[in-house]
Write a protein that binds this ligand. Sequence first.
Ligand code: FAD
Length: 501
Amino acid sequence: MRTGAEYISSLNDGRTVLIDGQAVRDVAGHPAFSKVVQTVGELFDIAADPANGMQYHSPEIDGPANRVFSIPRTSEDMKARRAAVERWAKHTHGWVGRSPDHVGTFFAAFAAHPEVFAHDERDFAGNLTRYYERILRENLYVSYAIIPPQYSRATTASGWEGDNIQVGVVGETEEGLIVRGSQMLATGGAISDEVFVTCIKPLGPDDVDFAVSFALPAATEGLKFLCRRPYATSATSEFDYPLTSRYDEPDALVIFDDVLVPWDRVFIDRDVEKLRRQFFDTGAHALGNWQAQTRLTVKLQFIAAVARKIAAVNGTDRIPGVQERLGELAAVVSSVESALLAAEYSASPDADGMMVPGKRALYGIMGLQSETYPRVIQILRDLAGGGVLQLPSGVADMKSEVTAADVEKYVASPNVSSEERIKLFRLAWDIIGTEFAGRHQQYELFYAGAPFVVKGVYTYRNFGFELHVAELDEFLAGYTVDGRTAGSPALEALVGAGEEA
Ligand SMILES: Cc1cc2nc3c(=O)[nH]c(=O)nc-3n(C[C@H](O)[C@H](O)[C@H](O)COP(=O)(O)OP(=O)(O)OC[C@H]3O[C@@H](n4cnc5c(N)ncnc54)[C@H](O)[C@@H]3O)c2cc1C
């Protein structure tokens, strides 16, 4: 199985990664990427070591593969899949959102439903299946850009005047499609093997040229990653920026300058209806977001531990009000963890035999994410107080003859060394206050879509209001202005239960 070193050495393949007005020559060695590249490399090493239990026999390739890419077909598969995703997430403590298992999970679900991609003339379903087999065989790290660039949300792309802003088809040859435009926001794109490009936002009939789905190697002619400002380059040391320095995944707008997409890389060609079906009729959206919730759970557990330790170091953990805050934090974290497990417990096989996580539990907790994450951060912020700023400017102050003695004496706590205290509060600041922290707050609010979409579409539609409204209707039909009507078993049961209680 692919090793970290193999992944790292594959990155300098001529891809176009743009930062500070320049194309980056050495992606793996550039300070914006080198640390997170190392982290991703470690993930591959973990998967490659059989001792970590992440490998399984894949029936699709009749050989060993990484469990994080598996198609779950039984409850045991679900459990084993979650354990593998968790194994990786624990290595990054949940701070790498788009590790290779994220998009790989979407492809597992796509591959379990090739019929969704079937086309009368071209073998798009076969393309999909073969691509998934490559992910299994090669442990591919695929990123994705599936959102139209934020240009104007007043209309969809067909309403935008001028040349393609959103990526879409501008031509077709015997070799494939020619695409032009851009798509947001490929987290990890610059350091991934391949980028999957499509559009998850609903498109109208006039947007048909933008209704495509394909994957390309990161090093494809005409394909460019326009990266946001990196934060890792400002991390003066690992001690001062323990998260920024290891986990700063690059986000990039992906630009396509008349890029050829070979036919064998196309999964959907100008078909608005199939574009929607690929995410929602394959179970990919649910399975992919279940992976994301597994990672989020690990991250929240990590943040809770930091909060708990801060209260201990500051000697506030015996104060009832502080215990209440920690209890609130524990309640939030366990509700996310419980929903993750409930989604697994309530998973059921679809028509193709793939286990789909229970959508009510999954989308229920996702609907609260725009409140739970800020709440967790707020509690940590509250408990940390000014301690995250009553810190020396960096490790140099802890070593310098000029400052070390003062730092050691004044920036400490009873039974806690200065180094331990500074280390903990530096970490807390990287969770709540640095640019990396700010990006993560935006990430947790938006990665699965804007909150109005997550709540208003996914949570609202998957709750199953119908059943409860039917029960309510039966109850309401059970009495009139003249008293209770007979023959309403559900009502009798309800009344009976009430009496027993
Ligand atoms: C850190 C980070 C990493 C990301 N990584 C990826 C990635 O790897 N791959 C990828 O494809 N995408 C990624 N995304 C993009 C993400 O999927 C989008 O941010 C998300 O789908 C929301 O789209 P948007 O940002 O265009 O927000 P918009 O849709 O423009 O919405 C922004 C806000 O405008 C308002 N609004 C807009 N339209 C409406 C409406 N119709 N009704 C009510 N209010 C409205 C709401 O307040 C909404 O929150 C990432 C985003 C972030 C922040």
